[in-house]
Design a protein around this ligand. Structure first.
Ligand SMILES: [Zn+2]
Length: 361
């Protein structure tokens, strides 16, 4: 698979700003991209986008392939008289990397406003202070305004969302890139590429491609989507924090970027992936020489869990992409993992031909 083309597509998807609850830019672009590929499409009132690709055998399992549209971000909580902004987090940006970060604020109906998270000058930090991260409530955004009134003129108000800033950066390594919102534009790009292939060469069962909202604040969209789409199988594609860096031991996070996509056996307080489905994925990987990493995720949870819990009779599985520096502005991905994830998911979806394959005994 052409990694340059994947890199270009990922760059354009990560350039879009779609903090949780404000996913419209990604939803709109996804609707345009899916329209020529699918037989029907709809958007529910929550914002989840559904695209149906009809299969050729009505007896085969109905498969939902899904990724979330939203990215972590920020929300303005108040304006100070001096022209600064207090904020809270949307989802879980890593607090320790916030001081000094660039943030792009997204006022309604006005151009984006560039800001920085203010940071006390290093020269005057004393003792412990130099090594301590202040609580988010004590942090503030500085957009260069001279007063609260000026902020208001720029369209900023309590409730204005914001995102990390940073285009996708290629590294000197041929397949490694870093940037904001790799979580989960990488997962979504995989879903879209799979949709293109399934549209050209139809699978046995009907496939519903779902782009969900509000994942980063509690996996909310997927619970609604699973009830609406009523699939037999849910395949959720998402990113997972990676090990393999100097501060993490192999016991903590034994999987790494560049060693193949991830197959979750279990995720935190959530699903154990469906046994027969997991076996089918492993068999496909072995047949096609696709490397993969089997993981037990003790820190993360995905839309597969909420989909499975929302609607009882679903066989669910999560496939992941390891990415370094999770929930920061510089998440790092290896595009080989992404290419392999696309092949693996497409090939396994084609093997789902009979609902009996999902029976555990
Ligand atoms: Zn995610």
């Amino acid at each position: 698979m052409n990694l340059d083309s994947l890199r270009e597509k990922l760059a354009s998807w990560t350039l879009m700003n779609a903090p949780t609850g404000f996913e419209e830019p990604v939803l709109t672009a996804a609707r345009d991209a899916l329209a020529p590929l699918c037989d029907s499409m709809m958007v529910d009132v929550r914002g989840n986008l559904y695209a149906e690709i009809n299969g050729v055998d009505s007896a085969a399992p109905r498969v939902m392939i899904t990724a979330h549209a939203d990215e972590i971000g920020f929300m303005v909580t108040s304006l100070t008289n001096e022209g600064f902004l207090r904020f809270t987090r949307l989802g879980g940006p890593t607090v320790s990397v916030l001081p000094g970060q660039r943030v792009r604020l997204l006022p309604e109906g006005k151009p984006p406003v560039e800001a920085v998270i203010g940071v006390k000058p290093g020269h005057i930090l004393t003792g412990d202070e130099a090594y301590r991260v202040p609580p988010v409530e004590q942090m503030y955004l500085d957009a260069g305004a001279e007063s609260a009134q000026q902020l208001t003129e720029w369209g900023l108000e309590p409730g204005t969302p914001g995102v990390f800033v940073g285009e996708l950066v290629p590294t000197s390594h041929p397949s490694r890139v870093f940037g904001k919102s790799i979580d989960n534009r990488a997962g979504w790009l995989a879903v879209l590429e799979i949709a293109e292939r399934l549209s050209k060469d139809r699978p046995a069962g009907d496939c519903v491609i779902v782009l969900t909202v509000e994942e980063e604040i509690g996996l909310r969209g997927a619970a609604v989507a699973a009830m609406e789409a009523a699939p037999d199988v849910v395949i959720a594609l998402d990113t997972v924090p990676s090990g393999g860096t100097p501060e993490l031991s192999d016991e903590e996070l034994p999987w790494t970027i560049g060693a193949g996509p991830l197959l979750k056996v279990r995720e935190t307080s959530g699903l154990s992936t469906h046994g027969p489905l997991r076996s089918l994925f492993r068999k496909t990987a072995e047949e096609h020489d696709i490397p993969y990493q089997l993981i037990i995720d003790t820190a993360g949870i995905t839309d597969a869990t909420s989909a499975q819990q929302a609607s009882g009779e679903i066989a669910a599985v999560t496939l992941g992409l390891a990415r370094r520096y999770s929930h920061s502005a510089v998440e790092m991905l290896d595009l080989r993992d992404l290419a392999q994830l696309i092949d693996w998911t497409e090939k396994t979806t084609r093997k789902l031909i009979d609902k009996k394959q999902l029976q555990r005994i």
